[in-house]
Design a protein around this ligand. Structure first.
Ligand code: ZN
Length: 237
């Protein structure tokens, strides 16, 4: 039977072996933690040891998550892909139907012809993500336009290297980074509100900050989370 040590949201699996010292390991891909303890060591002692290494554990987990998210995707079964801040596993399923995606509880099921190239798989996934993001933006824009008293002519979803979104206040349109589909929905909503507010105030001056604080009081927290999440290699102000 296995013992577990629970430290906050970290569950550490404890195994006993004929070893001299306690060993802690953090495993890829998602940072699972295990501890091997000498047979005679009591669980309380192992627990105290784990607590003393807590910041190291967290550092290792963060590193793994960073690595995982930044490695180029191969579009193979069991690979992690993110949607609305949650991690899903990709399932590539050979199918002669038109390529499409079905979302499961924990999986993204990609139905595609056998031997499809990585590029083809990426393109199907990207189109699907874009459509999900478009549908969400449409809903959120419709919710916020009357609250803010603005009206856009159009919105666009596209790959953007350095920003989460942008606003052309003269043409009255906003652009949003496709990567946002991987972020929690409340953070995406924050970006949309930010861009919509540029229709009232195009620059990031005091007036803009005051508007942001009035309509989205937790914007500072949202911005910090967006820029600090492991996926957030896109900097945005
Ligand atoms: Zn801005």
């Amino acid at each position: 039977m296995k013992d577990f040590i629970q430290l906050g949201n970290i569950a550490i699996e404890v195994t006993r072996k004929a070893v001299k010292n306690i060993h802690l390991s953090v495993h890829p891909p998602d940072g699972r933690v295990s501890l091997v303890a000498p047979t005679h060591v009591r669980l309380e002692v192992a627990r105290a040891y784990a607590i003393s290494k807590l910041s190291w554990i967290q550092q290792q987990q963060e590193k793994l998550i960073n690595q995982e998210r930044e490695t180029p995707r191969e579009y193979v079964t069991r690979e992690s892909h993110y949607l609305w801040g949650r991690r899903y596993l990709l399932n590539v399923i050979n199918s002669n139907e038109a390529a499409h995606i079905e979302l499961g509880h924990q999986d993204i099921n990609l139905y595609i012809k056998a031997n499809s190239t990585k590029e083809k798989k990426a393109a199907v996934l990207y189109e699907w993500q874009k459509n999900l993001l478009r549908a969400f933006i449409k809903k959120i824009v419709a919710k916020w336009e009357p609250i803010l008293g603005v009206k856009i002519n159009a919105f666009f979803v596209q790959k953007m290297k350095t920003r989460w979104g942008s606003c052309n206040y003269q043409a009255k349109n906003i652009r949003l980074n496709t990567e946002l589909v991987k972020k929690p929905k409340d953070l995406v909503e924050y970006v949309i509100v930010h861009e919509l507010l540029h229709l009232i105030e195009p620059t990031h001056n005091d007036r803009f900050v005051a508007l942001m604080s009035k309509f989205y009081p937790t914007w500072r927290e949202a911005r910090a989370e967006l820029n600090e999440l492991p996926l957030g290699y896109v900097e945005w102000s």
